[in-house]
Design a protein around this ligand. Structure first.
Ligand code: DCP
Ligand code: MG
Length: 360
């Protein structure tokens, strides 16, 4: 037993965007448990519960050392009753009974498998489960009509559920750069998402495209996409299928955005190993005008929780509205211009947090 005086106490800010969260996680046993419950809540459309677990997980990720006793958590923000119960279970028993029973449940397993198909969200998966579809085999034989994205997602299921490596992300980055150079000189490509935060793998590769002259970016996306598709006739990697946002008009989706599946040509060594000369990779392309570029970079770098917390901070603490397009000051009733992420943090009264420390 550890005495009260021996345990290290933590002092942690309550908003994730006030904290530095690197990829070093000293409490992965706890964050894995909380993240799984968050995921399960999200898969069941219980958004409030999902966010509560995400916040708790993010808080544990930000702690500088491993937690060994519940008493260390006294006074910490973001830990609700339910999260504390889960943490206690893990600390005392090595695992959380709720996590274990969730993992074993038929519904959770089916939701994971079905939403693992590109283009299938929690609502669709739920509908299929209610019709008795729990796996890919049953889906294939069900006669369900799939849209184009879903067909493609099912076809490339194994590839798309295999993590993308940094090397693959870089290879795709070069191709996208070549595409924008070919269709409009001077265009710029920025890697965003998890890879910009220093992650070594991801579920997709995210890119933001702009041009230094405002207005030149209009109509750029279809040209870039057409160029990437045209590579099919060569032996190079190419863009195989694409889809726009399912629901436009949300804050995230006002940019020209393209969810796509790339066929990435493999290197010689990998070729012989698997007999397949390419592999499918999810790539997200977003085009932004230069005037909004800093906001877009900030908005697409993530993590998702870091973004959510930035917007909550802006609204609740600063009476400002932040999106991937702009920052509006409701007190002064005006937009605040910025050309760098540093400026945006400064407007928000936050210490600058570099991408590698936004892994909340
Ligand atoms: N994003 C967001 N809200 C969304 C979708 C995206 O804030 N609904 C932002 C934050 C994400 C970034 O866009 O970090 C990219 O989205 P991804 O889903 O690709 O997330 P990551 O790149 O962080 O994760 P992964 O490494 O799994 O691709
Ligand atoms: Mg990503």
């Amino acid at each position: 037993q550890i005495s009260e005086a021996e345990v290290a106490l933590f002092s942690v800010s309550s908003y994730a965007c006030q904290r530095r969260t690197t990829l070093d996680n000293h409490n992965s046993n706890l964050t894995d448990a909380l993240s799984l419950l968050a995921e399960n809540a999200e898969l069941n459309n219980e958004d409030g519960r999902g966010v509560a677990f995400r916040r708790a997980a993010a808080l544990m990720k930000a702690l500088p050392t491993q937690v060994i006793s519940m008493s260390q958590l006294r006074g910490l923000p973001c830990l609700g009753e339910h999260s504390l119960r889960v943490i206690k279970d893990v600390l005392e028993n090595g695992v959380s009974s709720e996590v274990e029973s969730t993992k074993q449940s038929k519904r959770y397993k089916a939701l994971k498998i079905l939403t693992g198909i590109f283009g299938v969200g929690a609502k669709t998966a739920d509908r299929w489960i209610r019709e008795g579809i729990y796996n890919l085999e049953q889906l294939r034989h069900s006669g369900q009509t799939l849209n184009r994205a879903q067909k493609s997602g099912l076809e490339h299921y194994d590839d798309l559920n295999e993590p993308v490596t940094k090397a693959e992300a870089d290879a795709i980055g070069e191709i996208v750069q070549k595409a924008v150079d070919s269709v409009l000189t001077g265009s710029q490509v920025a890697l965003t998402g998890g890879f910009r935060r220093g992650k070594l793998t991801g579920h997709d590769v995210d890119f933001l495209i702009t041009h230094p002259e405002e207005g030149k970016e209009v109509g750029l996306m279809p040209k870039v996409v057409a160029w990437l598709e045209s590579q099919k006739t060569t032996r190079n990697s190419y863009l195989e299928s694409k889809d726009g946002p399912a629901r436009p008009a949300s804050n995230m989706d006002r940019f020209e955005r393209c969810f796509s599946i790339f066929k990435l040509t493999k290197g010689k060594e990998q070729e012989t190993a698997s007999h397949k000369i390419w592999r499918a990779v999810r790539v997200d392309l977003v085009v932004s005008p230069i005037s909004q570029f800093a906001f877009a970079v900030l908005g697409w770098t993530g993590s998702k929780l870091f973004e959510r917390e930035l917007r909550r901070w802006a609204g609740h603490e600063k009476n400002m509205s932040l999106s991937s397009h702009a920052l509006f000051d409701n007190t002064q009733n005006k937009y605040l211009r910025a050309t760098s992420e540093e400026e945006i943090f400064a407007y928000l009264g936050l210490e600058y947090i570099p991408p590698s420390e936004r892994n909340a």
